[in-house]
Design a protein around this ligand. Structure first.
Ligand code: PLP
Length: 462
């Protein structure tokens, strides 16, 4: 017998060696392809339903497109001529990443004149549209956990980016009872020490709300009293020229004490019916802040095509532009009057008259009830239910069974939107088409059998 084997084993623990290098921890295998933040970004549904519309058109349907935020007018000749002229002059190369000086000077002149403040061109940065500065602003001023206040319903990109950058979304819920408007009283409780960006959007998408000077003064008072000094107001004024009933555009930057906290944002997409030009701009509180955004431009896209920027300078400064804008606003106003009046004759729909932009935001709670959309939504499987809503079901029913493209409430900020039954109807569609669309909505609003059949079929419910 091997005595040594019979001895009880003494287990000698290895002595901790403080000089030993720790075994490198194997990184956990990642299950998902993309970074976490990539799964948190939202989208703009107005673009996402494009393929569905095309599918219907390929089936031979004429879809009435009330989904788009794009004026249905051609680019004015004087602007188009300038772009062509600049291409012929070979302005087709890289240019100043901050924006070419003639355009920044034009923006500075116009913003200074209309807001009664003094802007220099080195505080202006040009972007490929009014959309990019939304995400870039949130990235630049917010650390994870910082808070972004934004209107809801509001332009979807405001909420979309909060998730992407890890900021806390703080939606300011706009109520129909107060005409989708708000003042200092509604804003005050949302402001905290971690507030870094406060987004305002007048005239507003999707409600068409226009701010009065007094309202902005009240909002400014609250921001001045409660918000940290580093918090920035992101004043999205891209619809500044689309106004009705003698309304005037007011900017919070004009209120004393606010210019130094406000980023004023504009662009050519709406005022000049030039969504394909991809020229937008922001005026920053300081030239140092503008320089940071110039560097972001260098990192992301180098610059914006110089010939379009020259076209934008002409668009802003030519007296011919005012005539075109007035013509466009008259057309929108006629469509608004007709569409609001008609919608209000449809059982289950209630629509207020917007003062600007080119959207209507009718309450369709009655239609949701009549068609059974609220119950149908409750019965959906959990995952689908979260990605849908009663107004989504009505939106999809209108599109697939009645061929009218609209947008649901969730498309304008989904946090806190449960129980709100609205559609956005864009009136950037010819009057005759709008009339056809309204007849289709009228028919759909009591097509209970069609709706039940649509739900049973179970396609396109979210
Ligand atoms: N801001 C708001 C409120 C909008 O509605 C839109 C477009 O619909 C944009 C910004 C972006 O416009 P652009 O086409 O200039 O990027």
């Amino acid at each position: 017998m091997n005595a040594t084997l019979d001895q009880p084993k003494t287990i000698t623990k290895p002595r901790p060696n403080k000089f030993a290098i720790a075994e490198p921890q194997k990184p956990k295998p990642r299950e998902r392809l993309f970074s976490d933040r990539t799964y948190r970004i939202g989208s703009e549904n107005a673009f996402r339903i494009g393929p569905q519309i095309r599918e219907l058109e390929l089936q031979g349907h004429k879809v009435i497109k009330c989904n788009l935020g794009e004026p249905d007018f051609p680019l004015a000749k004087h602007i188009a001529d300038e772009i062509k002229r600049q291409i012929d002059l070979d302005l087709t190369h890289y240019c100043d990443p901050q924006g070419i000086l003639p355009l920044r000077e034009a923006i500075a002149r116009i913003v200074s004149r209309t807001r009664k403040i003094d802007i220099s061109p080195d505080r202006v940065v040009v972007f490929p549209g009014g959309k990019p500065p939304i995400g870039l602003t949130q990235q630049t001023y917010c650390n994870p956990g910082d808070e972004v206040i934004y209107p809801s319903p509001g332009f979807p990109i405001y909420e979309s980016f909060t998730g992407y950058i890890g900021a806390k979304p703080v939606p300011l819920q706009l109520r129909e009872e107060t005409d989708f408007s708000f003042g200092g009283r509604e804003l005050a409780p949302l402001i905290s020490d971690r507030t870094r960006v406060i987004i305002l959007n007048f005239p507003s998408n999707p409600t068409g709300g226009v701010a009065t000077r007094e309202q902005l003064e009240e909002i400014a008072d609250v921001i001045y009293a409660k918000a940290p000094a580093q918090a920035r107001i992101y004043s999205d004024e891209i619809y500044e020229d689309i106004l009705f009933d003698g309304n005037h555009h007011h900017s919070i930057a004009s209120v004393p004490g606010m210019e130094e906290r406000t980023i004023i944002v504009g662009g050519v997409s709406k005022s000049f019916a030039w969504t394909g030009g991809r020229v937008g701009w922001a005026v920053f509180p300081t030239r140092e802040e503008a320089a940071v955004f110039k560097n972001l431009n260098i990192n992301y896209f180098s610059c914006i095509s110089a010939y379009n920027q020259m076209g934008a300078a002409v668009a802003l400064e030519s007296p011919l532009s005012a005539v075109e804008i007035a013509r466009m606003c008259d057309a929108f106003c006629e469509r608004r009057n007709m569409t609001v009046a008609e919608l209000n004759t449809i059982a289950g729909i209630r629509c207020r008259k917007p003062g600007g932009a080119f959207y209507l935001f009718p309450n369709i709670a009655g239609v949701c009830e009549t068609l059974g959309a609220i119950n149908a939504h409750k019965r959906m499987p959990a995952g689908d239910r979260e990605r849908s809503s009663p107004s989504t079901l009505v939106q999809m029913f209108l599109l697939w069974r009645h061929q009218v493209a609209t947008m649901d409430r969730r498309s304008f900020g989904s946090i806190g939107a449960a129980g709100q039954h609205y559609l956005r109807i864009s009136i950037a569609t010819a009057l005759d088409d709008l009339k056809i669309g309204l007849e289709r909505i009228r028919n759909a609003a009591h097509d209970i059998d069609g709706f039940q059949n649509f739900i049973q079929e179970g396609k396109h419910l979210c």
